[in-house]
Design a protein. Sequence first.
Length: 293
Amino acid sequence: MRHLLRTAGAAALVSLSAAALAPLGALQASAQQQEAPATDESFDRLYEALLMPQMLAVMREEGLVYGETMAEEMLPGGADAGWAAQVSEIYEIERLEEAMRTGMRAALDEAQAQAAAEFFTSEPGQSLAECELEARRDFLDPEVEARAKEEAALALADEAPRMALIDSLIEAGDIIEQNVAGGLNANVAFFTGLMQGGAGSSGGVVDEGAILSQAWAQEPVLRQATTTWAYAFLDYAYAPIEDEALEQYEVFYRSDAGRALNQASFEAYDAMSTQISRALGLALAERIGGQEI
């Protein structure tokens, strides 16, 4: 299941076909148990089957939009060419690719990579990955996302059978809790970058207590946004998919290979997201100088 976080420093999400949604301890335990690391051939086959290059391209587009929105909200003059260039560099596709490939491969062994590749190069894995990518592209349009949220809310209120399947997928990956945790980590990194950059009255001094307090203050809003987005995105993405295929998807993600893929993807995305968030905080601090946010 792909990590559902869309943009670093803001509440968001990733799709189900590649996200590691497990505690750090589980990630470390998994790495310690590896015997034969994934080979280039097996990992490349899996990475391509997951459509990760295409998904990262969409994430870059999301990041550019987020950067513009951030500037409009936090910079007196809004976004200009200089800011756009900074954000574009932070979300440089080559950097995203390197972070995801390195992080994912380090957490997968050969048997896990082979099993996951088998699932996503056949049906229903192939169709699931394609639907997730197309939905992610569609959600670049705010109107599409808004309609999907409305439809998902109605389906949940009506207790539609499809939503029970989606609920099972969310539970299988612990999607809400792990994405909230990832969002909080991204926010901490963002605020750290702001303080390190001397924003406001920090003078470049990092007050970890203040950062954690500010990040946790956003937890309820982040949790609600995560929950709303997750149900809307998955309901929209899997609309063309038969119930039986979603049941097979859940079975895969409860398997050893599925859990390992979840863990590997989350570990890689979390590292990438933290790096991006801190860079955005530093860039924003540089732009606003000593002004209060």
